[in-house]
Design a protein around this ligand. Sequence first.
Ligand code: S3P
Length: 449
Amino acid sequence: MRKNTVITVKSLSQHEDLIIQGGMVDEGLRGAITIPGDKSISHRSLMLGAMAEGETIIHGLLLGEDPRSTAACFRSMGAEISELNTEEVKVKGIGLGRLQEPMDVLDAGNSGTTMRLMLGILASQPGRFFTVTGDSSLRSRPMSRVIKPLLRMGAEIWGRQGNSLAPLAIQGKQLKGIHYQSPIASAQVKSCVMLAGLLAEGKTTVTEPALSRDHSERMLRAFGAEVLVDPEALSVTLSGHPTLKGQTVIVPGDISSAAFWLVAGAIVPGSDLLIQNVGVNPTRTGILEALGQMGADITEENRREVAGEPVSDLRVRHSQLKATTIEGDIIPRLIDEIPILAVAACFATGTTVIKDAEELRVKESDRITVMATQLNNMGAKISERPDGMEITGPVQLKGAEVDSFTDHRIAMSLAIAALLATGDTTIHRAEAASISYPNFVPTLELAIA
Ligand code: S3P
């Protein structure tokens, strides 16, 4: 039986320190873990629900800060969204093209998905004017990747630094469909253009250089839109002016949140964890393939289909990991899991190379520099590449003072690394975890106990 002192949370004005006493997990992590709802699917269900006709019922919505930002934005444009909870959220849609002009600035908070997807929707509402902002991280993230295709569709958008950064101002317009060849494999870009295409004249096609997550395609279809996917050409075509009908959405658990437990179970000796109800959409399962290549012992049980998305329970047991190379088309399929994969690589034998992942530099933080510097503070051997990292293991990590840089995935990755460090690790600004995983710390306490 372990003591509660393994984890301490200290509140410091608006920020929190998470202090983890390392080396206290000698019996491993055990038990069954239920993870929170998928962030990508949660955003999309709120947005499509708000634009559909009739009622949408969402079961399993993520209660993190990011979907709360989406809900607040759409409420201020007239959608009636009940109090957010995991059981049942009701969204009374107002119909496509009938969003009201909000009386204040729309605040996307820390959420790139809220801002980028919403921009496609706002740009296509003729006659209405919108302003959009976010927190300091989001105001420094590139918006030109979605503004460029929207301008080609006829949108009117103004922003800082040559129309590339928020705050942004948008004059809604009648848009026209285009064929957009996206230079990056980004589901946010693809989804933004498709959502703009809902009210555009004719058809809108997006072609991407590698396959990114396809939750928008699946959900748009379920709500009644005509979406054609050409898997060989990596393109998606949407026909304008569908009738979207409210649906029941069952949000599966987020594999990006499951990833922390997959890695924790793999690296902590003696572990045996069952992670229940994980969404295993093939556009998201790169983490399972990468950990498989590293020799992780992960088994998939009870595979089923829930409201158009594949779902499984995943069981992970400890094993000695080996280094691997992660590059190319798999990157968009595990983009959000690279911080925790960097932690896994510190415990793997040999040098793990992560390439083609320059996108990490423009996430909630520069995840290449932040992970390399913070883990190196703990004694890791990581060198940065412009497009990734080289990580040599295995190393004995030691407790240190580290910082999340207000990035949720960094906070949680460092917490897992701290479990196996010698001495205490203090993670500053650890409250960032609540962006995608409000119950992360209590779940970690339960897995240790
Ligand atoms: C997301 C797409 C990804 C991902 C983000 C959520 C989405 O971003 O990193 O956390 O819901 O569409 P990109 O598509 O920009 O890579």
